[in-house]
Design a protein around this ligand. Sequence first.
Ligand code: ACM
Length: 542
Amino acid sequence: MMKTLITAVGMTGVALAAPLPLIPLPVSVKPGEGSFGFSKETTIRFSPGLETEAGLLASDLSTRTGSEQKAEADTKAKTPGGIVLGTDTSLDLPAGGYLLKITPDNVTVTGKDSAGVFYGTRTIIQLLPPLGTDAWKDSAPELLPAVEIKDYPRFAWRGTMLDVGRHLFPAEDVKRFIDWMAFHKLNVFHWHLTEDQGWRIEIRKYPKLTEVGAWRDSSPPYGNRKSDDGKRYGGFYTQEQIKEIVAYAAARHITIVPEIEMPGHAAAAIASYPELGNNDIPNYAPKVETRWGVHPYTFAPTEEVFSFITDVFTEVCELFPSQYIHMGGDEAPKNQWEKSPRVKALMKKEGFKTGHDVQSYFVKRVEKILEAKGRRLIGWDEIREGGLSPQATVMSWRGEAGGIASAKEGHDVVMAPNSHTYFDRYQARENQELAKGKEYEAIGGFQPIKKVYSYDPVPKALTPAEAKHIIGVQAQLWSEYFKDFKKVEYHAYPRMAALAEVAWTPLDQKDFSDFSKRLEGVMKQYDGGNLNYFKPDAPAAK
Ligand code: ACM
């Protein structure tokens, strides 16, 4: 778009028009003549198979106009007037691609597939005035600028991870989170469901996971992470709630990838069923943890534990249709294994030398369990320890090294480095944030929006063939310091906008100053949705 506008200035000498408030920036934007008048009377017509996309657009538009926008099945979908949604599988675009044409007569979205149609409708939403603004108060048509947009995503995995182990957020907030992912054309919601401090998913075969494992006796208060508030805290999602959230996400072309952490970050599960841990070591006393950090309780690499994992994944796979299931795998201390006579016997039998060999054995066993269910294993980069399982996909969080090595070995990789995609870090300088109150406490570090925006998920160290294994990029929202959902939003936005552009827009079209101008418009949409976002104009955030 910048190129088009700059050319226009060069030819005519007119002032540079403000860029359309679109994030992520589409692949190609050609401004046209005039505008389309959108009003209460505007009808949506759609081809077969697009009921969901048309219904969601109609409902989003109805929220804005305050009257019921009609969506009608129209197999011809050619008649002029209104908004017309269709697909054309012969379009020369990748999956998720779409063409959006706005003329004074009508608006057409033609998707390569239904996901493409959905993304086209999200672009329409971004072009309309924000919710709650005066624009929607009178009945005059809202003007959508005439434009031709051709668009498709750079990466197939455009993710965000939400940790509900440290703090739990109500199902309605999770849906709201999914809504804003959809707004940004993000498509993978990595749901971190189990932790040392809480197990959050109902598993029918193992009720104690939630009767015991979903509750802790205390949490550190804001302002003193080495202290205890003494308040019992907990809760979990029922299978019914999970099914509803999975369907809600699927309608918005978002896949939920569940994470069940193992072998480490498993204290809550082990407190529920102590026989799952290394109960043959001295001073064994698992509990649902009440402080943050890395804790020693790991699953034992026993047949009993692999049966438990099989059972848990049976229920998880019934709930989540995702091809990928995340097994965690990070920060699993090896010291309990090294002390356990049972694990020592296994090591001797298998010829293992270190705890890393046990980690590799564990991961390979889990991969087999998932493969038998027709699913693929993904895990944090520590799943490389002792040798990666054959088909695993790696989520590279300790920088890029694990991702680079895995891609070179032919494994798929999602880049999630803590250098650029850890949204639990501060967006402004720590002292500036803490001056506002101790409830602004974050885990530490400074990761402003510009830094997020600067990220390219394809490391220079990879050849083009190896780079094909980088399937995407993801933002992380670890929730130790998010006691409520408002705080999640404060950390997520507007960095999520930067992440969305990193994940979607061609590298050579990224431009932080242009992005910042478009963000002004997008932040008005945030205001309309009452998002509690961080205002990045604070000086230290630059
Ligand atoms: C992680 O941040 N431990 C994946």
